[in-house]
Design a protein around this ligand. Structure first.
Ligand code: HAS
Length: 551
């Protein structure tokens, strides 16, 4: 008789689906806004855009907040809750209630912020740099979203600790471990943006202070902003390490290596925010250089991940009789969208990561900073590698949660989706990189530079972006249809919750659970990279902009 499928507790399943509904609603809204942007930038739809009651930057804010913050946060939290629930044995009522409280805070915060954007009261983009000012409700909404994620972080820590207490001496589940590391990183990083919003920006938006320290708030934003990109990436790595091996019929190459790469991501993802501020005056070049160096260290766990993935594919390929370095390519389950989508994400992460290294290469950053190159970079990383991985996960996670079958039709739609997304993104992001190298600025509407002599030279690239963006829009439509099908219409039945096991005989050193050590090193690195420059920034602030008036 076949082993019965291990099922998630149905109460946890409903909780996770609540997160998924919000995530996919914002996928639809955000991608639609993206399409409007690329069309506007061609300069060919002026009459249409004049008839819309939405400005370009309002659309861009909705796109960035909706996809970069709302879709990702809801999907990531839902995914972590699901994988921890199934691998640790489920939540008790108190733990589940914590996640529901987190969900409600995140939802109320999202609605508040988005309504303000729609009212054109918060056209400040997803980075909300001052001195652009939004309605205070926008900032309060974002704080609520962050606090909601904290409730989930505490839940993840508590459940992990309970597992250790109830199973002394046993190795903790890899999924739970990776979620704990990600959430520790998140907890430490979000304190920066919370301080910036609560102590500086909100009092200023309320009129309690007349001025705000621009450099300090930007620095606090990027203290959070770089780990934000790893908050997107680490859940994708969780799937690459702990799901993909099972889908191809293999085993995790090394549990210990996966844990080590997560610990390195914890160390190095926070003390690197200055690589987003390399062109900003007011930060001593020494500290910029130091953080650029640390950025090169954060590349190492990604290289380890690449190594581990190649090893997983090659081992499985050899088991199936493959020969040579790339013989495994012939043995992979190409027709399975649960594999194809994340795999295409991995392939595009190679140029995406290389672009990141170029951005981080100190003087070379001057060539690309604030150009469309950067937009091309993050569309390859978060919008392709991460999103395709999330889509590949949706195909088995959602039917598992709703008690439905992942049908061959859903799989065919998944394959189509992965191809559309990859082709669309390749066209759009290549054109963005190229236009960036020609000096095309990022975050600019056609109307901003319509009279510029360079506009003619950029024309073909903008048309290419609109073509790519339209294909991506189709990809989004296919994804939403598949999601709705798996959530509500596919036949009732069982779909496996995919969790890979590791190779026989592999061991994991107990030191990995030494949280005091890992958190201590992380805090020391942050103190090293940030203390002196922040003191400098505060001490050298222009009169009235110290930002400490309230204290
Ligand atoms: Fe970045 C700007 C540097 C990774 C996202 N980045 C951004 C922004 C975003 C973003 C959103 O140093 C814009 C922020 C804004 O609004 O201003 N980034 C890096 C570096 C990395 C990096 C060094 N970024 C990411 C990831 C993101 C992301 C991941 C989202 C998820 N980035 C920068 C810098 C800037 C920046 C500067 C500021 C630019 C400026 O001037 O404003 C690294 O972490 C990348 C390491 C990755 C690798 C690739 C490893 C490859 C793997 C795949 C293996 C494939 C397999 C398949 C196995 C080294 C793991 C093989 C199959 C075959 C058939 C071959």
């Amino acid at each position: 008789m076949k082993n019965p499928i291990k099922r998630i507790d149905s109460r946890d399943g409903k909780l996770v689906m609540a997160y998924m509904y919000v995530a996919f609603t914002f996928l639809a809204i955000g991608v639609t806004m993206g399409l409007l942007q690329v069309l506007e930038r061609t300069g060919k739809f002026e009459a249409f855009f004049n008839s819309l009651n939405l400005g370009y930057y309002q659309i861009l804010t909705l796109h960035g907040v909706g996809l970069g913050l709302v879709l990702t946060f809801f999907f990531i939290v839902g995914f972590m809750v699901a994988t921890q629930s199934i691998t640790t044995g489920g939540y008790n009522n108190k733990e589940r209630a914590m996640s529901w409280i987190g969900f409600i805070l995140m939802l109320v915060g999202t609605i508040s912020a988005v309504v303000m954007v729609l009212l054109n009261e918060a056209t400040v983009l997803y980075t909300f740099y001052v001195p652009l000012q939004a309605h205070v409700i926008f900032y309060v909404g974002l704080v609520l979203v962050i606090v909601g994620t904290w409730f989930n972080a505490w839940l993840i820590f508590m459940r992990h600790a309970r597992f250790r207490k109830e199973n002394p001496g046993e190795r903790t589940p890899l999924f739970s471990y990776m979620s704990v590391v990600t959430m520790i990183m998140w907890q430490i990083a979000t304190i920066g943006v919370a301080i910036s919003a609560i102590f500086f920006i909100i009092p200023w938006a309320l009129g309690l202070t007349d001025t705000v320290n621009v450099l300090l708030t930007r620095t606090l934003f990027w203290y959070f902003g770089h780990p934000l990109v790893y908050f997107w990436l680490m859940p994708a790595y969780m799937m690459w390490y702990a799901v993909i091996p099972k889908i191809i019929g293999g085993k995790i190459f090394s549990d210990a290596l996966a844990r080590l790469s997560f610990i390195l991501l914890l160390f190095f993802s926070i003390p690197v925010g200055f690589h987003h501020q390399l062109t900003e005056p007011g930060i001593d070049p020494f500290w910029k250089y130091l953080q650029v160096d640390l950025t090169m260290f954060v590349v190492v766990p990604s290289l380890m991940t690449a190594f581990s993935l190649f090893a997983t594919f090659e081992s499985r390929g050899r088991e199936l009789g493959a020969k040579g370095m790339f013989g495994w390519l012939k043995k992979m389950p190409w027709g399975d969208a649960r594999f194809l989508a994340p795999f295409l994400g991995m392939v595009l992460f190679i140029p995406g990561g290389a672009g990141g290294i170029i951005n981080a290469s100190h003087q070379m950053n001057q060539v690309v900073h604030n150009t469309l190159w950067v937009t091309g970079h993050f569309h390859l990383t978060v919008a392709t590698s991460v999103m395709l991985t999330f889509f590949g996960t949706t195909y088995w996670l959602v039917p598992h949660l709703t008690g439905r079958v992942y049908t061959p039709i859903a799989n065919r739609l998944g394959v189509l989706q992965a191809v559309l997304w990859t082709v669309g993104m390749l066209i759009m992001s290549t054109a963005m990189h190229w236009q960036g190298l020609l000096g095309g600025p990022r975050r600019s509407a056609y109307s901003d530079y319509a009279g510029n002599a360079d506009t003619l030279a950029w024309g073909p690239y903008q048309i290419a972006q609109a073509v790519g963006g339209s294909i991506l829009f189709l990809g989004m439509v296919v994804m939403i249809i598949t999601f709705l099908n798996l959530a509500f219409f596919a036949p009732k039945g069982d779909t496996e919750f995919v969790v890979a096991s590791d190779a026989p005989g592999s061991t994991t050193p107990a030191v990995f659970e030494n949280w005091k050590l890992w958190i201590g090193i992380t805090l020391a690195l942050i103190a090293f990279a940030y203390t002196i420059p922040i003191i400098d920034i505060v001490k050298s602030a222009p009169p009235g902009a110290e930002g400490f008036k309230l204290w």
